[in-house]
Design a protein around this ligand. Structure first.
Ligand code: MTE
Length: 316
């Protein structure tokens, strides 16, 4: 874990390169030309998805954006999913992930441990669409119409004991389909965690779809987290396990480099990453650079969660 490797977001080019140059340099035009192939694979997975008829779900108008929705081509073509590579163009590789059948385990401090099929879980939950901003720690952002259900409903379903303080989430492990998992210097599986108060905050959302259809594999099908007030690395993808625990979980990035990535990871423009500023963000798919907002603009929903925790490293 102490092996120091250069990761995608350590490449200084990301800071220095304007969006348009990034895309052309990466031959993004070619990726777009391959769009029909990506679309075909996405719709193929939608066809195999027994919950496909649940989409589009009704939009919840309580959550509004201060910017246009990002074009789906970018959300589905510019991804972080290290299981499939430490760069942004993993969409094609991610198609190797088989997302049906998909079992989800609930364990740890729960009334009774259980395993449930993701489709049964999704059918049991109140699906809705929410427009959320996504702010990556690398200083880029998107605005996405996610479909899913409040994490609070999932916590109620899991029936944790009163002694549970945190929920730890874990991504699948299968190096045969996810070649990144052969890179032994990463602490697989990808893990993330929230306090119980965060997990049951109204904003915490388990995502099952986007753009009115089932979630694309590269975005973390069939279940992924969205906590829009936190940096994107908290938004764990393709979850297979929820463990309720008294111990604070150590996330994938925290395990790799605790000096740079912590447990709380709340967005704050005034707390720079050790190697770059967080003051502004590149709005992916545009030439715009916007000021970053504290809690990514969601302070009215979440600031109270952190009262009395001022001594914690809340913003890294
Ligand atoms: N989840 C897993 N399992 N593996 C990852 O590498 N990357 C995280 C997060 N979830 C990641 C993950 C990071 S750094 C970001 S910014 C978001 O996923 C990106 O989500 P997106 O590709 O849907 O935009």
């Amino acid at each position: 874990m102490l092996i120091k490797r250069r990761r995608g977001w350590e490449i200084p080019e990301r800071e220095a390169t304007p969006e348009a140059m990034f895309w052309s340099r990466r031959k993004f035009a070619a990726t777009l030309a391959a769009g029909p192939m990506l679309l075909a694979s996405r719709f193929a997975s939608a066809e195999d998805d027994p919950t496909a008829a649940l989409y589009p779900a009704k939009r919840n108008l309580r959550y509004t954006l201060d910017r246009p929705i990002t074009d789906a081509r970018y959300v589905e073509g510019y991804n972080n999913f290290y299981e499939f590579g430490s760069h942004k163009e993993i969409a094609r590789a991610a198609q190797a992930l088989k997302v049906r059948p998909w079992q989800v385990k609930f364990d740890g401090l729960v009334e009774a441990e259980r395993v449930i099929d993701a489709d049964d879980l999704i059918r049991a939950m109140p699906l809705e669409e929410r427009l959320y901003r996504l702010r990556c720690v690398e200083a880029w952002s998107m605005a996405v119409p996610w479909t899913g259900f409040p994490m609070k409903a999932l916590v109620e379903f899991a029936k944790p004991l009163g002694s549970a303080k945190y929920v730890r989430m874990e991504t699948f492990t299968d190096a045969r389909v996810a070649p990144g998992q052969k890179q032994f210097w990463y602490p697989w599986p990808y893990v993330e965690g929230l306090t119980m108060a965060e997990a049951t905050n109204e904003l915490a959302f388990i995502v099952t779809g986007a753009y009115g259809r089932p979630l694309a594999k590269q975005n973390g099908a069939p279940l992924r987290l969205s906590t829009p007030w936190k940096y994107g690395f908290k938004h764990i993808k393709s979850i297979v396990r929820f463990t309720f625990t008294e111990e604070r979980p150590v996330g994938f990035w925290e395990k790799l480099q605790a000096s740079e990535y912590g447990f709380w990871a709340n967005v704050n423009p005034d707390v720079p990453h050790p190697r770059w500023s967080q003051k502004t963000e590149r709005v992916v798919g545009t030439d715009e650079r916007r000021p970053t907002l504290i809690y990514n603009g969601y302070g009215e929903f979440v600031a109270d969660l952190y009262k009395g925790l001022e001594n914690e490293r809340l913003f890294a």
